[in-house]
Design a protein around this ligand. Structure first.
Ligand SMILES: Nc1nc2c(ncn2[C@@H]2O[C@H](COP(=O)(O)OP(=O)(O)OP(=O)(O)O)[C@@H](O)[C@H]2O)c(=O)[nH]1
Length: 694
């Protein structure tokens, strides 16, 4: 092997050449049977395989010159006529048995016949003492077993075990394709002599596109002897140099030399693969390896196809079951969430309470709910500013009605904000708000991949051209796949979409509740601003007037007394002048606190204006009012203001008289207070008790 490093372009060209290898028209068959091709009317033999004499006892030349009915027998020709020619179905493949006609009348052949272009192809293999009953029993047993299996892994393990028992191949595997058509062995039964390939990965180039297409047409591919020389067709291109014979649908098609090399290098002497389709798409292969060549009777090959056919619908059913369990999980979680709607949890609270469950359901490493410039999250996540930047990009560039997902963030426009090994992202916009996103992250799939062979060993030169050849070394080789997380399945995208819808409702309710709360708070503040004196915190004059009016109405209704006390700090101008206005403010505040404590809860203190205050005393007559005023006066006098000394107040008291208005009542109190000032200050005066005196 040349120790050369090839450029990407060279390798791409080689891969392309490999992918274009015309595997369906090899112009040769495997020696396990013989082939006869006939013209469109089944009247003439056009081509035969060079080994025809070994099987039919008639030379190539005689076969080509012979009558089809003589060579293949009338019974088979009638069958071909009715089943292939008359039905005119170019996609049909006929499987039948035929009695030997020429060499050995007792010989039975397994026949596969199919139209190919303007020819009909008949492939004959010896039928090797088939034990039909035994095979039917095995298939029936499998049918019963499959019905009892409840998980996919057990099903696939059981399939490989059954097949191994049936065919005796040393290694039987289920080989699963990923989105890029790389393969991985996910189930295996083997004999101890065979090395395990379980969990080995095979690059997509091992089974190129045209080979995969063949599996869509023909589910089974058998190479019972990987080292056997191919048997050419004679003449190579038919009598009139027509296009080479397309053998896609047959079983004898010779293996491409490149494939033979591949098998030999893998230590495989016999290979048998059966395609596994899911909803019409190639899902994987059941692959059997024999370490030595292993003849395989055709009936056994068909039985194997039956086992796979039985397993696949069960697998799909189990998959659907698992999917619906996931949806149920999300549905249950949504039910719990709707119970939360009464609690009005915000994004933080929701993620904190339920994040762990969502991570588990959706197989994610981290979950974030990005709401504009903020995010709430749990698990492994990029920094908040990166989450926000990703959400902004998504909001601007992505549709909001379908989930956006990637396995490899580094290869997307979101790469600048990717962090660490978080390379898988599934993002769903919340339907209520285009800047709100539910984001689920997955870590890199860091389990080391075991490739069956070193990729660098693959390319080599042939005739000066770079070609892809099979692995030379199949020693286990570790390759850490970088930058990819596990893929997001469609069902997971759907489940995340369901979750996002529910979260949208909850976060909106929360936002509305928050707005209401703020509005309520603002209203309260406005109200208190409208009613309170900003310096002392007592009610302002407007609020006091309202309170007096209310009290006045109650007094009329219930015929009960009330009084107002109007007081004013003595010589406050002098105090301000001496100690400064700020000290004056402090005194006003302190005094209000002290006096407030001297009042009953039903009494109210408010600032009437300047350094004038008013106390509204409920259910209180003149005598009670005077007592209260005296108490307030005394408390003021006793108030120790430290360096500032002390202050006194003069109080005027007036008790409401039936029929009296608020204005008159306060005016009387004001006059009483004036009298207190006149009378020497630091004293209480009561208003004269009659309107005339007022
Ligand atoms: N620091 C402070 N002073 C105030 C406030 N409101 C009114 N004053 C002052 O209170 C003083 C009231 O002065 P005057 O009406 O002359 O009465 P006085 O000096 O208290 O004298 P008498 O009431 O006659 O005892 C003025 O100097 C006002 O500036 C206030 O909110 N803070």
């Amino acid at each position: 092997m040349p120790d050369t490093h090839y450029s990407d372009a060279e390798i791409a060209a080689a891969l392309d050449a490999c992918a274009r290898e015309p595997v369906h028209i090899p112009g040769a068959i495997q020696p396990m049977g013989c082939l006869v091709s006939l013209d469109a009317n089944l009247e003439r033999i056009r081509q035969v395989s060079a080994n025809i004499e070994d099987y039919l006892g008639i030379s190539v030349a005689d076969t080509l010159a012979g009558e089809p009915r003589e060579v293949l027998g009338a019974e088979l020709m009638d069958l071909l006529e009715t089943e292939l020619v008359k039905k005119d179905n170019s996609a049909s493949v006929l499987t039948a048995t035929a009695q030997g006609e020429i060499q050995d009348k007792h010989r039975r052949y397994h026949v596969v016949a199919y139209p190919s272009g303007d020819a009909f192809v008949v492939e004959l293999e010896y039928q090797m003492c088939p034990d039909g009953h035994r095979l039917l029993d095995k298939v029936n047993d499998w049918l019963v077993e499959v019905g009892q299996i409840d998980d996919i892994k057990t099903l696939l393990d059981a399939l490989t075990r059954r097949v191994q028992e049936l065919t005796g191949h040393e290694r039987v595997m289920v080989y699963r394709f990923d989105e890029q058509w790389n393969g991985r062995v996910i189930a295996e039964t083997r004999l101890p002599v065979a090395e395990s390939f379980l969990d080995h990965h095979f690059p997509a180039s091992d089974i190129p596109a045209q080979v995969r297409r063949l599996y869509d047409m023909n589910r089974v591919r058998s190479i019972p002897d990987a080292s056997a020389a191919a048997v050419p067709l004679v003449p190579p291109c038919g009598p009139d140099e027509a296009a080479p014979l397309d053998m896609s649908r047959g079983v004898l098609r010779a293996a491409a030399p490149i494939h033979q090399e591949y098998l030999t290098n893998m230590g495989v002497g016999a290979s048998l693969s059966v395609a596994m389709h899911e909803e019409g798409k190639l899902w994987g292969l059941l692959a059997c390896h024999g370490l030595a060549p292993r003849p395989l009777e055709a009936d056994l090959r068909d039985a194997l196809c039956a086992l796979v056919q039985i397993a696949m619908p069960r697998m799909m059913l189990l998959r659907e079951r698992a999917d619906s369990q996931l949806l149920h999980g999300v549905h249950d979680s949504n039910e719990i969430l709707s119970d939360e709607s009464g609690r009005l949890l915000g994004p933080d609270g929701l993620v904190e309470r339920h994040g762990e469950q969502w991570l588990e359901l959706l197989g994610a490493s981290g979950i974030a709910l990005v709401t504009g410039k903020e995010s709430s999250g749990m698990g492994a996540l990029p920094a908040e500013e990166n989450l926000v930047a990703m959400a902004e990009w998504l909001s601007r560039h992505q549709r909001h009605d379908t989930p956006w997902h990637t396995q490899a963030l580094a290869s997307t426009p979101l790469a600048p904000w990717q962090e660490g090994d978080l390379c898988g992202l599934l993002a769903v916009a919340l339907p209520t708000e285009s800047t709100h996103w539910l984001m689920l992250f997955r870590r890199e799939q860091r389990h080391s991949r075991r490739w069956a062979g070193k990729p660098e060993d693959t390319p080599m030169l042939r005739d000066g051209q770079l070609i892809l050849t099979p692995r030379r070394s199949f020693a286990q080789w570790q390759d850490v796949v970088s930058g990819h997380s596990r893929a997001w399945r469609a069902i997971e995208c759907r489940a995340a979409g369901d979750l996002a819808k529910n979260l949208a409702v909850l976060t909106s309710s929360h936002e509305i509740a928050q707005l209401n709360e703020r509005l309520h708070h603002a209203n309260r503040k406005l109200k208190s601003l409208a009613y309170t004196d900003s310096l002392t915190g007592t009610w302002n004059r407007y609020r006091m007037e309202q309170a007096i009016d209310a009290e006045l109405n109650a007094a009329i209704r219930h015929d009960r007394p009330f009084a107002v006390l109007l007081f004013d700090i003595d010589h406050f101008k002098h105090f301000n002048d001496t100690h400064g206005h700020e000290a004056g403010d402090e005194v006003l505040t302190t005094l209000c606190q002290v006096l407030q404590n001297n009042l009953r809860p039903t009494d109210n203190l408010g600032r009437w204006g300047g350094e004038e205050f008013l106390v509204l005393a409920s259910d209180c007559d003149l005598i009670g009012g005077v007592h209260l005023a005296e108490r307030l006066r005394q408390s003021t006098e006793e108030l120790d203001l430290g360096n500032l000394g002390g202050v006194t107040i003069s109080v005027g008291v007036a008790a409401w008289r039936p029929g009296e208005s608020r204005k008159t009542l306060v005016a009387r109190a004001d006059r009483a207070m004036y009298q207190a000032k006149e009378g020497g200050r630091n004293r209480v005066e009561q208003a004269p008790d009659s309107a005339t005196q007022a």
